[in-house]
Design a protein around this ligand. Structure first.
Ligand code: ADP
Length: 472
């Protein structure tokens, strides 16, 4: 078993600090320890990132891009090693973990290219002796705080664009899944990315987050996690007026119209609900099926769900791994019990198994007052309810403080456009249960967050606009 170290200013350190255990959720075995860093280490990381900023930001975009390309190649070479580390600390099936490594690496290659296209403007002036120039500049030191459900992609989606435009970063990965993050940083070092450009510390989230937020040298905070913590960070970021991006919770509706291709719709629910055992912020949380096709849809869904295999993600053929911890299991149990007490009927699953495993579960006859219909589940439970017409389903789908992802299945083009445009969500999967991809904007409306990651929208978050007015 290994004691892992933090990486600040090009040095690996932290063995002398108190250690935190990293546990495999599939077996409850300890797989490593990480340093319990705090205020001091958080400050050292900012010192290092700040020292490296001038030199890194002064390089050409092409030069920085070459480092990212090298990093991308090294990750590609070690994709299976990284995926295995991820499955061991996070629980997702190995095949999904490999998929995440490729997805994560896609952000690095995409931004290695996009970093070369940070164009400015020349605007016609109001005087013949003046010129108006607009440039885009790296915002400065970036603090990235990431969650455990996508231990690789949530890092590269932030660090890729930040580095590409000339920012330096300090990273705090989730305490449950730091080993994937350490591996990525190790490969960044191997790629020759200069010291201080990437720094990573582990330990007390609240202490590290506070130090970074209070430090005026950190000009940007990018966070993925719960809405609750996002609100704390947003308040704290106000003190130094940082630029912020927040990717927070969601409660995705999945709408199946009467003209939908039901096989496609069922495959969409499986992809959007059961990936990562239901632990993604874009996971389907509630299914609305038109009342005229309820029985046939529910039968098909039950059949598809009955084929999902639960178990240790390192084993062959597993679709659903363990949940991240006991409180995640308890939350699903509570929602299932609550749904049953309010008239819900379980057509498949319904139980937590040994350890942190939970059966994929379908509850039909769901009603809007059930906890699972408005509280984020983050587990493999899918409630199904019915509706009569478009107007009703749009109103019910939008009745949420969240606005991250929504899904609509219909074969009618007019209806597809009407409904997808009426949904108050940042991402709409139209006959698509897996819309996330590096070149598209990912982010939410309402309490699901601020800003976008991915695509050229995601790079703007790391840039400041500078206007130079020239008079002659
Ligand atoms: P999740 O439900 O995904 O665990 P959290 O918002 O609790 O969501 O965690 C996401 C990330 O935020 C993790 O890296 C976690 O350690 C960190 N975090 C949690 N609380 C705080 C805090 N008060 N300040 C800064 N970071 C925090």
């Amino acid at each position: 078993m290994q004691s892992y170290k933090m990486f600040v200013g090009g040095k690996w350190f932290g063995n002398n600090l108190e250690q935190i255990d990293v546990i495999n959720p599939a077996t409850n075995e300890q797989i490593g320890t990480i340093p319990n860093g705090g205020k001091e280490e958080a400050k050292q990381a900012v010192d290092a990132a700040h020292n490296a900023l001038k030199e890194w930001s002064a390089r050409t975009a092409e030069d920085r891009s070459n480092y990212l390309v090298k990093w991308h190649e090294l990750i590609k070479e070690e994709r299976e090693t990284i995926a295995k580390i991820m499955t061991e600390e996070q629980g997702k099936p190995l095949k999904e973990a490999i998929g995440e490594v490729d997805y994560a690496n896609g952000f690095i290659s995409w931004y290695a290219e996009e970093g070369k296209r940070i164009y400015g403007d020349i605007i016609p002036a109001s005087h013949t002796n003046k010129r108006i120039f607009v440039q885009k500049k790296p915002v400065g030191v970036v603090a990235a705080i990431t969650p455990w459900n996508f231990p690789a992609a949530m890092i590269t989606r932030k660090v890729g664009p930040a580095l590409a435009v000339g920012c330096t970063v300090v990273i705090k990965p989730a305490t449950q899944t730091p080993l994937t993050a350490f591996k990525l940083v190790e490969l960044a070092e191997k790629a020759g990315i200069p010291r201080g450009v990437i720094n990573i510390v582990t330990g007390s989230s609240s202490q590290i987050g506070k130090v970074w937020n209070d430090d005026g040298r950190v000009r940007k905070l990018t966070f993925t996690g719960s809405t609750e913590v996002g609100k704390i960070l947003m308040k704290d970021a106000a003190n130094t007026m940082k630029k912020i991006s927040l990717e927070l919770g969601g409660h995705a509706p999945f709408v199946v119209m009467e003209d939908a291709d039901l096989d496609k719709a069922v495959a969409g629910v499986i992809a959007s609900k059961f990936r990562n055992a239901g632990q993604t912020c874009v996971c389907t949380n509630r299914v609305y099926v038109h009342e005229s096709i309820k029985d046939i849809f529910q039968d098909k869904l039950t059949e598809a769900v009955s084929k999902l295999k639960v178990g240790n993600g390192l084993e062959e053929g597993i679709n659903i791994g363990p949940l991240i911890d006991q409180s995640a299991v308890d939350k699903v149990d509570e929602q299932v019990k609550d749904a049953i007490s309010k008239g819900g009927r379980v057509t498949f699953g319904g139980k937590s198994l040994r350890g942190l495993y939970v059966e994929p579960t379908i509850v039909v006859d769901a009603t809007d007052d059930m906890l699972c219909m408005y509280e984020e589940t983050f587990g493999p439970l899918v409630p199904v309810t019915t509706f009569r017409d478009e107007e009703e389903v749009i109103a019910r789908a939008n009745n949420s403080p969240y606005g991250l992802a929504a899904y609509v299945f219909t074969e009618n083009i007019g209806r597809a456009i009407r409904i997808s445009e009426a949904l108050e969500y940042g991402i709409v999967g139209l006959n698509d249960g897996a819309p996330s991809t590096p070149q598209a904007p990912f982010g939410g409306f309402k309490e699901s967050g601020l800003g976008r990651e991915g695509g050229y929208y995601g790079i703007e978050e790391f840039l400041e606009i500078k206007y130079i007015s020239l008079a002659f």
